[in-house]
Design a protein around this ligand. Structure first.
Ligand code: SAM
Length: 214
């Protein structure tokens, strides 16, 4: 009850108040128990207006950025979505309420294992997980209707763009190590269109087509 109240408040004060209006996004954010995606010590902070540490120097993103990126993907219930950067699993859980199936990749083994277990416990049966470098995408399952990258890239990996279906949407933070712009790409029959949704700050996307160092 307490967490449901905190969740409703989060949606009203942080998400709707900042202009997010997609009913599917708002409904998913009212449902997913965000406090179960952080450590027990942080549960009471889970609905705050900020990111939180999840171990391994990684973070669960601020609720608003999760909502903004999800809305930008313009998802429908038939869509197959690829996420790079599983982390806590919260973003994937939100996507799983809206889309048909979510494919999510994590490069840190301990996070991958912990989150896979959580998805099983919470019965998120339409989330498929993989432990690998997500900057090369998931060729066997491509093309995807939507791709979301939840770590900051030095540039847009062209291999990910090549795994986007015609009509597909992608969101990715692009910039330097300290700050990025949230870029939205749309692939239509004529080519790729790009828009800048504004500034953001993410941990680094590390891999073959991301940052090379730790
Ligand atoms: N979506 C996550 C959530 O809801 O908690 C946010 C996770 S955090 C901001 C970014 C994650 O991206 C980290 O867990 C990090 O290990 C992962 N990551 C960074 N580079 C990656 C790569 N090349 N492939 C897969 N995951 C990567």
């Amino acid at each position: 009850m307490k967490y449901q109240r905190l969740r409703n408040e989060m949606v009203t004060k942080q998400i709707i108040a900042r202009g997010i209006s997609d009913p599917r996004v708002l409904s998913a954010m009212r449902k997913v128990p965000r406090h179960l995606f952080v450590s027990e010590a942080m549960m009471d902070q889970a609905y705050g207006d900020y990111p939180l540490p999840i171990g391994e120097q990684q973070t669960i993103s601020q609720p608003y950025i999760v909502a903004e990126m999800t809305q930008a993907l313009q998802l429908t219930p038939e869509d197959r979505v690829l996420e790079i950067g599983t982390g806590s699993g919260y973003q994937a859980a939100i996507l799983s309420h809206i889309a048909f199936r979510v494919y999510t990749i994590e490069r840190i083994y301990s996070l991958y294992v912990r989150t896979r277990k959580l998805f099983d416990q919470l019965r998120y049966h339409n989330i498929v997980t993989r432990y690998s470098d997500g900057t090369t995408g998931w060729k066997e399952e491509s093309p995807f209707d939507a791709i979301i990258v939840t770590a900051g890239a030095p540039e847009i990996p062209s291999v990910l763009v090549s795994q986007l279906a015609v009509g597909g949407r992608m969101v990715i933070p692009v910039g330097d190590r300290h700050s990025q712009d949230l870029i939205k790409l749309v692939r239509d029959p004529h080519g790729i269109h790009q828009a800048n949704l504004g500034g953001c700050r993410f941990v680094k996307l590390i891999g073959e087509h991301g940052w090379r160092d730790q």
